[in-house]
Design a protein around this ligand. Sequence first.
Ligand SMILES: Cc1ncc(C[n+]2csc(CCOP(=O)(O)OP(=O)(O)O)c2C)c(N)n1
Ligand SMILES: [Mg+2]
Length: 412
Amino acid sequence: MGDFGRTPKRNGNDGRDHHPKAASVVLAGGGIQPGLGYGATDERGDNVVKDPVTLPNLLATCATLLGIDPDEKRITPIGRPISVTDSGKPIAALIASASDHHVQAGGRLLLDRGPGEEAFNVVLGLLTHKGRGPAYDYLHLHYRSAGTLLALGANPVDFLRQMKNVASDPFSGGRNFAGHSVIPEWNVVPITSPIEVQYSIAPGTALAQKRSGGKGITIVQGGDAGTAEGDFATCLVWSSRRGQELPVLMIVTNNHFGISTPFEGQHGETYIADRGKAFGMRTEVIDGNDPENVYAALSRAMDYVRTEKKPFLLEAMVSRLYGHSSASGANYNTGEADCLTRFEAKLQARGLITAEACEQLRAKYTQELLEASKRVREELPPEPETIWNHIFADTDHVGDAARAAAKSEGDR
Ligand SMILES: Cc1ncc(C[n+]2csc(CCOP(=O)(O)OP(=O)(O)O)c2C)c(N)n1
Ligand SMILES: [Mg+2]
């Protein structure tokens, strides 16, 4: 990057002169909005015709991303105050927020941490018997499960609220990080930060369902790497005791990675689902990238658990399209099957939707969510007094007791 461009035409010496009127620059990383072209010149590259960016504004954008206030005054060695960026103003469109980044990940239905699992997770949500109490299905989910919750009818903006940690986040009041939701009225048990503990909790709700004799089943889902935890074995043991089997649908969404550790080299077994066989369980391994296939397999498994009141272990092979975190990179992974583009192609081939209509839908929802993301960014963080909210068990009781204890500590 320099402080000017070069003239679009060569001069008489086969060179090109300084051209302060227009230049281009490539920016990447550090919180810059990805995949965006900003500003434009006329056809010849002579003059800027759209969204001009001055150098102070560009520097102010970089300063803001580095956490430096662009208006901050610094004193030169001779005592002259100068602003860091010569009165530059950061360009909002160039700054990605974490939530924008997730929304922009192709405008995907899934807002956070699940791109590549939509075909499975959305169908799971559609097939779940939604309601509160043991007569309905319990969901002990994974942090990639936003698709399931959206299919149940959750508000996508709430996921952005949790991502931005604002007080209006209904799942944790702005305290937990992305993907850790809870919806008590639909039996969605809190998605925990320690992975896999959902598997040792699930037999509890299944036992309650078995005793109450209704049609509700317990659905528990986690990733492949997490199955190394003892909680997974706990679920196998407690769900399958002979004569005391529980209505548990155990699901493993196998994306072949635990953060940056590949599946190969970590597993002696070829399929995780095979472990269920040693416990007398029904098992199945499916392609989780095809929603029709998922619909059929999940319906079969759910019917079995619901009518037989016995456990079933289902392993769905899925893609992980955007890595896990900086540890594994967060760019789109072109090497893996994308269930959405596959499904779109299928629907188009059957004449059920056109490519243009798909594009329009994507553009509409991406735009809607980007606008929501900007609104959410302005919402307030949680107040310190709310620290005791959204904690385990009877929150008022625990909150009051803890507040009283803290107060008497302070009084002393
Ligand atoms: C008990 C526990 N150990 C480690 C971690 C850190 N951790 C978070 S996600 C993850 C990998 C999980 O991989 P997998 O179960 O395959 O799920 P995926 O993200 O691939 O869906 C790990 C090790 C954690 N959150 N909790
Ligand atoms: Mg995994």
